[in-house]
Design a protein around this ligand. Structure first.
Ligand code: NZQ
Ligand code: ZN
Length: 385
């Protein structure tokens, strides 16, 4: 097992009627900014519950954080916080609102151009406003981790950042809040969480037995509940299992002491920035091709994945790997996520631009061995046509 430093200070309050606990978690004299996405939290009553829990505290609202939050929008929240001298943030929404809140928390006191926070991937953050979150979309794990992804619309640049200063102080995970999610977002959530596990699991073996078995348990849970989440409308326990799986998939635990890949995510971010494809949907396109192109480097883990996750034991090693990749693709497709570029009317002619963006963003040595060069990324994209 590799050395690791596991740190996760986020307090989780999970279950029905947990929003009211916000009253115990936010300082009584806090001057609060509630950050929101489009209309969902306002329409489905979640915002009203949050406002009630905040009681008589001074509360302002910032609406309009878009999916794949933009630097441009988030800087408007920064201005509002500075102008009104607010000191506590509360994100109410999915990954985009929580990521956006992390960025805002760090940008408010940042000296210099806040875009540097992203250019330096968060390493220059020296302080951040405290914040909590109320999760309404189980997918990204942002509610329990120290990372975020922000897009500069002007240049179609989508960059990740992370810092231990932007862990949420607390996150409220009430599965009832997912009942208004459209099927598309639920399916996206299952696939995003699945691929977070894969980025940390499908590398090379380091005898991390707990991490491997925990990862395999999460993958099997997601395979089991994926169809249920879509079929059974609003079943509490199914939603609860999805919510907890997604948080555990990316809270640092299964990634501790093991190599991590993340090349599928980095290539996927370019697809979102250029072609506005939902985050999870980009991953569903890239991952099967990535597994195929790097099957030699990932051989041992692919065989383990085939046997332990999909129970594939028939055939020779190559056939078992083929079957595991195919099962993965079929799983994503069964949830309604297409797995080819052509499903989005993209073809060979579009690959050069994606590759160019990877180069501009210096994403030229990706993967657990840093051997996903531009040439390999091109092969992966060609295999996903
Ligand atoms: O904007 P509103 O009106 O709230 O609607 C949202 C949005 O349109 C809607 N929604 C959320 N909760 C709802 C709801 N609709 C009805 N009922 C509810 N309860 O869902 C839509 C998508 O929301 P969004 O927050 O964009 O989705 P998601 O949670 O998938 O977040 C995606 C973002 O997270 C980043 C992605 O890159 C992307 O920008 N990621 C963040 C990560 C992290 N911080 O660790 C890791 C991930 O890999 C990912 O990169
Ligand atoms: Zn993701």
């Amino acid at each position: 097992m590799l050395n690791f430093d596991f740190y996760n200070p986020t307090r989780i309050l999970f279950g029905t009627n947990t929003i009211k606990k916000i009253n115990d978690l936010v300082p009584v004299d806090a001057r609060v900014l509630v950050l929101l996405g489009g209309e969902s939290a306002r329409k489905n009553g979640t915002l009203a519950e949050v406002r009630e829990a905040l009681g008589t505290r001074e509360v302002h609202e910032f609406d309009g954080i878009e999916p794949n939050p933009s630097f441009e929008t988030l800087m408007k929240a920064v201005e509002l916080i500075r102008a009104k001298k607010l000191d506590f943030l509360l994100a109410v929404g999915g990954g985009s609102v929580i990521d956006g809140t992390k960025f805002v928390a760090a940008a408010v006191g940042y000296e210099g151009d806040a875009w540097e926070i992203l250019e330096t991937r968060g390493s220059k953050i020296t302080h951040a406003l405290p914040f909590g979150s109320v999760l309404t979309l189980p997918a990204t794990g942002s509610e329990m981790n120290n990372g975020g992804v922000v897009t500069l619309k002007a240049t179609q640049t989508k960059l990740p950042f992370s810092s231990n200063l932007v862990f949420p102080k607390f996150s409220i995970l009430d599965p009832n809040k997912t009942f208004t999610l459209p099927a598309r977002q639920l399916a996206n959530g299952v696939v995003d969480a699945y691929i977070h596990v894969m980025e940390q699991y499908l590398t090379y073996p380091v005898d991390g037995r707990v991490q491997d078995r925990f990862a395999e348990g999460l993958l099997q849970t997601l395979i089991e509940i994926g169809p249920l989440v879509l079929d059974e409308s609003a079943d509490y326990n199914t939603r609860a299992n999805l919510m907890w799986s997604a948080s555990m998939a990316l809270n640092g635990l299964i990634g501790s002491g093991v190599p991590q890949d993340w090349s599928t995510h980095m290539i996927g971010h370019e697809l979102t920035a250029l072609h506005n494809i939902d985050h999870a949907r980009t991953l569903a396109i890239v991952l099967p091709a990535n597994m195929q192109i790097r099957r030699a480097e990932k051989r041992d883990k692919l065989l383990q994945y085939a046997e332990r996750v999909w129970h594939i034991v028939e055939g020779d090693e190559e056939q078992r790997i083929d079957a595991a990749i195919e099962r993965t693709r079929v799983f994503f497709e069964s949830l309604g996520l297409p797995t080819r570029l052509c499903d989005y009317q993209l073809g060979a002619k579009d690959i050069d631009e994606i590759i160019h963006q990877l180069e501009v963003h210096k994403l030229t040595k990706l993967g657990e061995r840093r051997d996903v060069t531009i040439a390999v990324s091109r092969q992966i994209l060609e295999a996903s046509l």
